[in-house]
Design a protein. Structure first.
Length: 455
């Protein structure tokens, strides 16, 4: 505004000098701002007025622009166009259209994602399951099996293993709840005696029992509140069963009709791209399936070892606890063994603290045996996922999709590691203290074995 005022003042001075106006003359100016085709801003000032003698000063027009420092006065007889060009720049309409189009597309994507996110999650689970199972199906197909029959057989084995695990854990939980409610007074007296003898407290076991059996107490109120959740849990179980059947159906068609699907996909690509896509697909399937197979085999060995220990010690429900420790320890990296071992240790501790100590020692010993003996040999033919990568992937998957995301993150990280490991060129690393790796003797021995097998 200050600059426009100075420009108007300069224009008036120029008019006075050109028309010979003296002091006391009356001069008026009207300015109009408009955009030029080149993008500059042009200002048009219309001037007029009267001289001291009453003579009328004829109107003129002065034009100034951003790149013109000097003002020019048009002749008096020049017609003055007082109309202002109010046309918008050409980019305004496309910009508004793009903005509103993107806004509406974002709303539509948000709406459909909120409705179809469950379906996308089921498809993701089905894809990972198909990648894990397809190598086994391909082996059976090379031996003369039909792909549909081989796929159904392997899926049936997976479902049977899941049902066995759920039934075993469910039976264990039901037995422990029934035993806790039936022998609550005995457990309370033993616990209070242990606390008084160990920590020197003066708790009264009878008062704790009376508070536990009080119908208006916190324990009984909690039990009554949980009875109202039976219907909700039943509906949730039916929903989970429906989702499981959906995953199995998607995985069956992805595996059984895998060649047809890949053929349809490759028909849209050039031969070079077809080779890269099929190589990546095969690598992802082999590495993902190999990783899951190795985890399953390690879980079986862990379950067998812990079942023998629990059976020897006399822990209640040894099979269910062994399956719990074996599966959780393999599919929850780094800390899975110790978290899974809390349950058998706690149940054994209620029976005998000495037996609980034996269970703790057995869990720690097996973890070392698995790390230095079983795991290197089993994963030598598949793929070993770094513990830090596995732990980070599990945390990220749990943050995004909960428990299912934590499980899916492990094969996803294994597949990503397999694809990245085969991408780009590899070079020999120079000798330096910063790159020197010292291996344990057991690791060195297994490294020599792997190298000999590779040669």
């Amino acid at each position: 505004v200050h600059g426009m005022g100075e420009m108007v003042s300069d224009v008036l001075d120029a008019v006075e000098e050109s028309d010979g106006l003296e002091s006391g003359s009356s001069v008026e100016a009207v300015e109009t701002v408009e955009a030029t085709p080149s993008g500059d801003v042009a200002t048009t000032v219309e001037v007029g007025g009267t001289a001291p003698g009453g003579d009328t000063v004829e109107a003129g027009r002065t034009v100034a622009s951003d790149d013109a420092a000097a003002a020019t006065v048009a002749p008096a007889d020049t017609a003055v166009d007082t109309r202002t060009d109010r046309r918008l720049p050409r980019w305004v309409v496309p910009a508004v259209a793009v903005f509103w189009g993107g806004f509406l597309a974002a709303l539509a994507a948000r709406f459909f994602w909120s409705r179809l996110s469950g379906l996308f999650l089921l498809l993701a689970i089905s894809v990972f399951l198909s990648l894990a199972i397809e190598p086994g199906v391909n082996r059976l197909a090379r031996r003369g099996w039909r792909r549909g029959t081989a796929t159904a057989l392997i899926l049936f084995g997976v479902v049977a293993a899941m049902i066995l695990f759920v039934v075993a854990i469910g039976t264990l939980v039901a037995e422990q709840i029934a035993d806790l409610l039936g022998n609550s007074e005995t457990y309370i007296r033993d616990t209070v005696s242990f606390l008084n003898d160990t920590f020197g407290t003066n708790l009264d076991a009878q008062e704790v029992i009376d508070d536990f059996n009080d119908p208006n107490g916190r324990v009984q109120q909690f039990i009554e509140n949980q009875q109202g959740n039976v219907v909700r849990l039943s509906v949730a179980a039916l929903g989970g069963l429906l989702q499981l059947l959906s995953v199995l159906l998607f995985a069956f068609y992805l595996i059984a009709d895998g060649p047809k699907m890949r053929r349809a996909l490759c028909s849209r690509l050039t031969p070079d791209r077809q080779e890269r896509v099929l190589a990546a697909w095969e690598l992802a399937g082999q590495k993902t399936g190999g990783y899951l197979y190795s985890r399953a085999l390690l879980a079986l060995l862990s379950s067998l070892f812990h079942w023998i220990v629990f059976q020897s010690v006399g822990t209640k429900a040894p099979l269910a606890l062994a399956l719990w420790v074996g599966i959780i320890s393999q599919f929850l990296p780094v800390v899975g063994t110790y978290l899974a071992g809390v349950l058998p240790v706690l149940l054994t501790f209620l029976d005998s603290p000495f037996k609980a100590g034996i269970v703790i020692v057995a869990i720690i010993v097996y973890q070392q045996i698995e790390n230095y003996v079983f795991s290197p040999r089993i994963t030598a033919r598949t793929m070993e996922l770094h513990p830090a990568v596995a732990f980070g992937a599990a945390l990220g998957g749990a943050t995004v999709l909960g428990a299912i995301g934590a499980v899916l993150a492990l094969p996803g990280a294994a597949m990503a590691q397999a694809l990245i490991s085969d991408w780009g060129d590899r070079h020999k690393v120079i000798k330096s203290e910063l790159t020197q790796v010292r291996h344990h003797r057991v690791w060195k021995r297994w490294a020599r074995i792997r190298k000999a097998r590779a040669e």
